[in-house]
Design a protein around this ligand. Structure first.
Ligand SMILES: [Zn+2]
Ligand SMILES: [Zn+2]
Length: 341
């Protein structure tokens, strides 16, 4: 089977890999139909996020069950499914504390990072990590469960309430999923700041935002401007602190290296909460249910689809140029998905 393999930073290739086979009774094999391209994939390619050399990347997927072990009782061959790619053991100290997104085995079990992922035709997992994908819901929408569940985990930690004055920094896929998730929690008004003119154009053309939400190209912080700021860019914490109201909350979810200077006294004195979040913790089912309900209008944010053989072009359209080995804001897609098989 053809697969996208990471060798080293800026060095990936399409390669023939061996198909996985069932070895244990609880295993299932999913024929992957769609895998989303995630910011993490781009950070792996650019060397900003560590991955194991020779690993198949990709982790946001939906597909069809093609084989299963003898004890699997939650699906049948032919079933459409969504894959939860974030393995947890359930036994380690962090798992027992409820921090399954920080399972101590994560560094050796993360699909698309430390074990083979889903930019390929077949993926092996266990019955614990698959969820049904409703008939009629496209595979590419099912593939958004993973990033949506990460966003829902962050939103849950923020304990948001309606009428919080809200800003989302970054109108990429994660920023837009935050917008969709926050609306589910009653936040019907807000601003999305996005620097890329192409992205702004796509958001406007596709009618992504409902009444009450607006787009702005430049985040110029003003005092006491917002009660809630979601920074998906990993680069705007200082400005966020300038704009956050007393008692406000700032959510950090970008996985890019960046140094920012903050004054601890100000954080204390103004009761500011800075809340980090990674992966999903008990929200995967919620994400699956939302996607299966069809109410999120995800088709508006999935703008580009590619074949596996066009992977380089797909990441280039997201500002990640394998030829010049550079990342830029030259982005011509909102969410991009690779169609497989
Ligand atoms: Zn992802
Ligand atoms: Zn664990």
């Amino acid at each position: 089977m053809k697969a996208i393999v990471y060798n080293n930073p800026w060095d990936i290739c399409i390669e023939e890999k061996e198909e996985p086979a069932i070895m244990l009774p609880d295993e299932v094999i999913v024929e992957v139909r769609a895998t989303g391209i995630c910011g993490t994939d781009l950070s792996i390619i650019s060397g900003e996020y560590l991955a194991r050399p020779r690993v198949i990347i990709g982790h946001e997927s939906a597909g069809v069950i093609v084989d299963k072990g003898s004890s699997v009782d939650n699906c049948n061959i032919g079933d459409r499914v969504i894959i939860d790619p974030t393995y947890y053991c359930g036994y380690c100290e962090n798992c027992r504390k409820g921090l399954r997104n920080h399972c101590l085995l994560k560094s050796t079990t993360e699909a698309g990072v430390s074990i083979d992922g889903t930019f390929t035709r077949f993926f092996k997992t266990t019955q614990r990590f698959i969820y049904p994908l409703q008939d009629g819901v496209p595979f590419e929408q099912g593939a958004l469960s993973e990033p949506l569940s990460c966003v829902l985990t962050a939103v849950k930690k923020l304990a948001v309430t309606p009428f919080m004055r809200t800003a989302v920094l970054g109108g990429g896929p994660i920023g837009l999923l935050f917008y969709l998730a926050l609306k589910q929690y009653g936040i019907q008004e807000g601003v999305i700041y996005e620097a890329s003119p192409q992205r702004i154009k796509l958001i406007e053309e596709n009618n992504v935002l409902s009444k009450g939400w607006t787009l702005s190209p430049a985040f110029i912080p003003q005092k006491n401007q917002y009660d809630l700021i979601i920074d998906t860019t990993a680069s705007l914490l200082e400005k966020s602190i300038q704009a956050i109201a007393d008692g406000g909350k700032i959510s950090l979810m970008g996985l890019r290296n960046n140094q920012q200077t903050i004054n601890p006294r100000e954080i204390a004195d103004r009761s500011i909460s800075i809340i980090g979040s990674i992966d999903s913790q008990d929200t995967f089912r919620h994400a699956v249910d939302l996607i299966n309900s069809g109410r999120l209008e995800l088709h508006k944010i999935i703008t580009n689809e590619y074949d596996l053989s066009n992977f380089n072009a797909a990441v280039k359209d997201l500002g990640c140029d394998l030829h010049t080995r550079q990342r830029s804001n030259n982005i011509s897609s909102l969410k991009s998905v690779i169609r497989i098989s």
